[in-house]
Design a binder for this molecule. Structure first.
Ligand code: FES
Ligand code: FES
Length: 175
């Protein structure tokens, strides 16, 4: 048994500590944002934030997330709301600007890869508020491995990241 912090809440899980985090999130905690794509850290579909850094949950054992904060796609809105100091009522209605930009740009096609794309975009924009085109491409193609999209939505993803960056900067100034 282990206690882990997921999307701001402590959760107790019964899985053995060598269980991949992805299985715990999907099977034990019923969080269906992270997807099983390759299971080998090659595609990015399973990505989550671990203390704000993208990790591939398919190869991350449960034991590696103790004393760290896991944020899944489901927790992005609350993560943004906390950063902005919003009330609980506001938080319940809040999407992360990255999620809103994905909707506004209609980025997904089949959608399978998009969890990882939004997680990567959030990680990028939290450390670089105004990334250049080259920096966006670098973020999605470096690190553990590139984020892969079989539907070829890369152009829409770049546009969504650029829109989210604009929204986040704008809201930073307003709030
Ligand atoms: S399922 Fe984890 S990287 Fe592909
Ligand atoms: S939208 Fe289908 S795999 Fe990316």
């Amino acid at each position: 048994m282990a206690t882990i912090l997921v999307n701001g809440k402590k959760r107790e899980v019964q899985a053995p500590t060598d269980t991949p985090l992805l299985y715990v999130l999907r099977n034990d905690l019923e969080l269906s944002g992270p997807q099983f794509g390759c299971g080998l850290a090659q595609c990015g579909a399973c990505s989550v934030l671990l203390d704000g850094k993208e990790v591939r949950s398919c190869i991350t054992p449960l034991s590696a997330v103790r004393d760290k904060e896991v944020t899944t796609l489901e927790g992005l809105g609350a993560r943004w709301a906390k950063q902005k100091g919003l009330t609980a009522e506001q938080t319940a209605k809040t999407l992360h600007p990255v999620q809103q930009a994905w909707i506004d740009e209609q980025a997904p096609q089949c959608g399978f890869c998009q969890n990882g794309m939004m997680i990567k975009a959030t990680e990028l924009l939290e450390r670089n508020a105004a990334p250049s085109l080259a920096e966006i491409k670098e973020a999605f193609t470096s690190g553990v491995s590139p984020h892969l999209c079989r539907c070829g939505t890369y152009t829409a993803i770049i546009q969504a990241v650029q829109l989210a960056a604009t929204q986040m900067v704008g809201k930073r100034e307003v709030l």
